[in-house]
Structure formats: structure tokens, C-alpha cells
Design a protein around this ligand. Structure first.
Ligand SMILES: *Cc1c(COP(=O)(O)O)cnc(C)c1O
Length: 384
């Protein structure tokens, strides 16, 4: 019988119950670069840690099981994972991306992928814009790349509907699932071919390690990605693999607590007159609410909102104390981010404007603190 998601956070699909002969409960850190052979053709299955390492492999098995993939690969960062993913494509290939994405992904596509001859078109993939995606598909189109909900505007794409289109045209659907984590959403089960994670965020969960993942349901893609990771050498180090393994053990309870806090903060923000708009898919009037409800087991712990003025945004960022003004998300500590100067600083002004990322937009990654302490902090910084 398949384990539930909280058990999978500890044991994956159960094949990993016995770690080694010592009976160690915590998986050992195999801090080694290379592995000895007994003789020619008598290896242990491990050769060199750039290719594979037992600690990284154990982590990859857990992540594959959480996403329902046949294979997962752990990279030194989320961007390293997306960079490796782009190696699946050749000059002249066309890729359609959602227009609202993590700023680092936009920077990679605009400055590296385009230089390498990949043709990128971006379009709003959320809501009912699937015809717009289909219109862009041509002979050379190889993939559609989306996030849902998007960073930072929380637009929701219907993964199942989009997968129908990509399957019809025989192209890949790639979903960056960082914002939801496998605890709330499993794109492969909805028809996606590849899932991306910044493991730095919810999987690691403690704002202490940079990591990334690619998970796939296709044996052919897995094989190609295994060749890429060993060739370019961007696999996750053993110690960092162990930190992410430890983080994942508490993924379920962290996500539950953070989401509960996020809902409470959204309720507070709704009653605050200096807040113009809240972007949270859990709100019934959010355009992606129904789709999110259908395809995910929760609405997540990320809340974006617009305040009445740039001055207020700046004074909030100046005055927060318990909530830290920092980039990143997905950790136990609540962080507040200013996308326009942080995560999206390198995104061209016209793209920012089109996506609604103004100097009044703030993004909260809600953590696991006592929610009353977070509310007290918001009360203070909004009225100081
Ligand atoms: C942070 C992030 C990334 C990049 O991951 P790193 O681990 O910082 O390299 C990619 N996608 C999303 C949605 C992110 O939030």
C-alpha cells in the first residue's frame, strides 16, 4: 500500500527503510569524492560523487516519491536545476513560458537560453488563456514552462487543461512547483512531464541551504538528465543533501502550520484599509481559487499584497523586526520581500508593469511563528 504524504517525507516509498547495517535512523552523510572497486566490473554502483553519491541518491528517492515521479535529480540550486533542464533543448528550439515567473528564471531565459539559440515566447498561461498558448505552438516548439501559483502575483494555471494541449502537440509541460511544494500539489499526477523545485524553499524549509530538483515521470527524460548532471557537474553535495533530507522530514507539519498562519494574516490584511489588494488563491474571489482548489491540497503559505503607497511599503520594510525583510521564501521564519528591488530586480520595466509588479507590492512568505506575534507586528508596522 502507498504511504501517505507525511510518512513519505520520512521514508519515501518505503524501499529506503533500512539505511545500512549499522541501523542508523538518520541517513549517513557520505562525505566522499570517490568510491573503491573490488576489481574490474566489481563496483558498488558508485564511482565518483559528481555522478552519484548515496546521500544524494537517498534524497532524490524521497523527492521522487513525494512528487510521484520515476526519478528525481538534486542540484546545487534551483537555478542549476533549471539550467540543466535547458540542456534538453537545442538551438532553434522554441519554448513558451508563462509571463509571470521567478525573476531568476526570466533572467536565465533572457540572457543565457536566448544566447544559446533557444527561442522564448512568454504569455499569460493562467486563467482561461490556453488558446493563447496553443496559438504560439509551432513545429519548433518543444516545451511550455509555468509556475502555479506564480511568483509573486499568485496567478493560477490549470495544469490538467494545459497538459491536454501539450500532450496533443507532443511537447513537454514543465511546472515549477516551488510555491506549493509536493505537500500541496503534484503536477506530474496532473499530466506534467517535469517538475522543478527550488529545494532552498519549502523542501529545505529552514533558510539554511541552497538546493534544486528536477523530477520526471519519463524514463527517457530521466536518462538524458542523468547524462547532463554527470557531465555539467551541478549535483548537490552530500552534506547539503543531508540538510535537505532533514528539512523534508518536517515538511508536512511546517506546511500545515504556515498555511494556517497565512490564512489568519490574509484575514487581518482584508480588514486593513491601507491594503488595496490581496493576491492569495485561498480567497474565494481570487480568479484562480476554484482551479487551485481542484488541483492542490491547499492554498499555500505565500501572500502578496498591494499597499496604498510606495512610502508605506518602504516604511513597513524599514520597521519590521520579527518579520525579516529578506529575499527567499519557504522557511520556518516569516520573511517579507520587495519584489521590485529584490527577486525581480533584473526583470525589464515593461514586463514588471505588465505583470502588475509595482513599488507598492509586498510579498510575505509566512512561517510557523505564533500567529498573534505576526499580527501584532503587522498592526505596528502599518500604523507606525
Ligand atoms: C527561488 C526560486 C527559484 C530558484 O531557486 P534557487 O534555489 O534560489 O536557485 C526558482 N523558482 C522559484 C519559483 C523560486 O522561488
Amino acid at each position: 500500500m502507498e504511504y501517505g504524504i507525511s510518512t513519505k517525507c520520512l521514508y519515501g516509498d518505503g524501499k529506503e527503510l533500512t539505511v545500512d547495517q549499522s541501523g542508523a535512523i538518520s541517513f549517513p552523510i557520505y562525505q566522499t569524492a570517490t568510491f573503491a572497486h573490488k576489481g574490474v566490473g566489481e563496483g558498488t554502483g558508485y564511482d565518483y560523487s559528481r555522478l552519484q553519491n548515496p546521500t544524494r541518491e537517498h534524497l532524490e528517492n524521497i523527492v521522487a516519491s513525494l512528487e510521484g515521479g520515476i526519478d528525481a535529480l538534486a542540484f546545487s540550486s534551483g537555478m542549476a536545476a533549471i539550467t540543466a533542464l535547458m540542456e534538453l533543448f537545442a538551438p532553434g528550439d522554441h519554448i513558451i513560458t508563462d509571463c509571470d515567473l521567478y525573476g531568476g528564471s526570466i533572467r536565465l531565459f533572457d540572457n543565457i537560453s536566448k544566447k544559446n539559440g533557444i527561442v522564448i515566447d512568454s504569455v499569460d498561461c493562467s486563467g482561461s488563456s490556453y488558446e493563447k498558448v496553443e496559438e504560439l505552438i509551432s513545429e519548433s516548439t518543444k516545451a511550455v514552462f509555468v509556475e502555479t501559483p506564480t511568483n509573486p502575483m499568485m496567478n493560477v494555471t490549470d495544469i490538467e487543461e494545459l497538459a491536454k494541449i501539450t500532450k496533443k502537440h507532443g511537447i513537454l509541460l514543465i511546472v515549477d512547483n516551488t510555491f506549493m511544494s509536493p505537500y500541496f500539489q503534484n503536477p506530474l499526477k496532473l499530466g506534467a512531464d517535469l517538475v522543478v523545485h527550488s529545494g532552498t524553499k519549502y523542501l529545505g524549509g529552514h533558510n539554511d541551504t541552497i538546493a534544486g530538483f528536477l523530477v520526471t515521470s519519463s524514463a527517457e527524460i530521466a536518462e538524458r538528465l542523468r547524462f547532463i548532471i554527470k557531465t555539467v557537474g551541478s549535483g548537490l553535495a552530500p552534506f547539503d543533501s543531508w540538510l535537505i533530507l532533514r528539512g523534508i522530514k518536517t515538511l508536512a507539519i511546517r506546511m500545515n502550520q504556515a498555511e494556517k498562519n497565512a490564512k489568519n494574516l490574509v484575514d487581518w490584511l482584508k480588514n486593513e484599509k491601507k491594503v488595496n489588494k490581496i493576491y492569495y488563491p485561498g480567497l474565494t474571489d481570487h480568479p484562480g481559487h476554484e482551479v487551485c482548489k481542484k488541483q492542490a491540497r491547499g492554498f499555500g503559505c505565500m501572500v502578496t499584497f498591494e499597499v496604498e503607497s510606495k512610502e508605506l511599503a518602504h516604511s513597513i520594510l524599514k520597521n519590521v523586526c520579527l518579520i525579516r525583510f529578506a529575499e527567499s521564501l519557504g522557511g520556518v521564519e516569516t520573511l517579507i520581500t520587495y519584489p521590485i528591488t529584490q527577486t525581480h530586480a533584473d526583470v525589464p520595466a515593461d514586463v514588471l508593469a505588465a505583470n502588475g509588479i509595482t513599488d507598492r507590492i509586498l510579498r510575505l512568505s509566512v512561517g510557523i511563528e505564533d500567529v498573534q506575534d505576526l499580527i501584532n507586528e503587522l498592526e505596528r508596522v502599518f500604523h507606525e
